[in-house]
Write a new protein. Structure first.
Length: 168
């Protein structure tokens, strides 16, 4: 396991996602515990991009329950269909919110959060079932683009099974 990331000296997110993907794959390759893997993925994304908040919410029954994260304190539980995270879970698709204050039903875990992207993690045995969501908040309006959606979905497609318990 690598102890640090090797990233190009650029702000170009496509270049950063391209450099990050194989390193994240290597980071989780030898670890079977999904919580440990979520923790390292959250840290890698926050270090790479400097996002305000990066973390996972796990599906537990009819709620999303806070998992490993990097950043300030967060909401602990989010109901199905509530806020950006609950809506991404409900719709089973990535949601990019340029301005959270304009998102109906936004849950303000932090008043510093201004934009958000939420990417579902799908069950490897039933790709219609969401088992978790990756939630990333920025303290800048309109900080996420199609490039981020594609980059984050690509990462989760490649490592999603490492973010789930073996018996799911």
């Amino acid at each position: 396991m690598a102890e640090q990331l090797t990233l190009p000296p650029t702000d170009d997110r496509e270049a950063l996602y391209t450099a990050l993907l194989p390193q994240v794959e290597a980071l989780v390759a030898g670890e079977s515990d999904p919580v440990a893997n979520m923790a390292n993925v959250a840290a890698a994304l926050r270090v790479t991009f400097g996002f305000f908040w990066v973390g996972f919410y796990r599906v537990v029954g009819e709620e999303l329950v806070l998992g490993p994260f990097q950043g300030p304190l967060a909401c602990t539980r989010i109901g199905f269909g509530r806020g950006v995270c609950g809506q991404a879970w409900n719709e089973r698709r990535t949601l990019v919110v340029p301005d959270v204050e304009k998102f109906p039903g936004h849950i303000a875990c932090s008043s510093a959060s201004r934009s958000e992207i939420v990417v579902p993690v799908f069950n490897r045995f039933d790709p219609r079932q969401v088992v978790a969501v990756l939630d990333i908040d920025s303290d800048r309006v309109n900080d996420f683009s199609e490039r981020d959606r594609e980059g984050l979905e690509r990462i989760l497609e490649r490592i999603g099974e490492k973010l789930q318990h073996e018996n799911k």
